[in-house]
Write a protein that binds this ligand. Sequence first.
Ligand code: AMP
Length: 217
Amino acid sequence: MRLVLFGPPGAGKGTQAARLAEDFGVAHVSTGDILREAVVKRTEHGRKASEYINAGGLVPSDILNEIVENKLSGMGCFLLDGYPRTVKQAEYLSNLHDIPLDVVILFEVPKDVLVKRLTGRRTCKQCMRIFNVNNEGITSTQTECPFCGGELEQRVDDKSETVVRRLQVYSDNTEPLIEFYRERGLLYEIDGDRPPEDVYADILGLLNSKNLDCNKV
Ligand code: AMP
């Protein structure tokens, strides 16, 4: 199983990826998570990446390509989330892997819903659970995690000005990939503006119809 979860920020890729990773035992490779960890650890990549992330722009592709190449090396089964984000990155990925991708799942969600989801997202610094002030039983001013009491925080790039920029960056740089993968017969479109369980059920249907799991690599 070699999947790319693809779509704008806030489309629900991370939520679905986490569940797929757990249910199928497949590695979830989220370039956003990898970069954020590098920023916290102040590694060389992290130091270079932080200003781009905070401004809602794209981190230079040479950094991402290196990260992804190292991560995927020797992996027959993976779930990419947040990469590729440009046609150049997609070309790099296809040259990198002699085993082709099985499917690219595009999550479609209207822009106003994305803005609401992203600006309402809060993460617990302690247990790392992700909540949303719109639907998770927390309020927009709440600072304590309802599970562990840890501090809830908003990602710097989820502030409203940065969200607008990220969505613009998506339509300028990442949307062209839809055609790239459609032409290659890999694209599967999914309505992401539904409860996560319904989206997950669709993904499972797709994986079953293609007979994909983590042993069939
Ligand atoms: P995400 O968590 O996927 O929304 O990513 C957070 C931020 O990390 C993005 O806004 C970019 O600044 C950076 N980033 C993640 N993946 C990539 C990528 N494939 N190419 C360039 N920048 C990326």
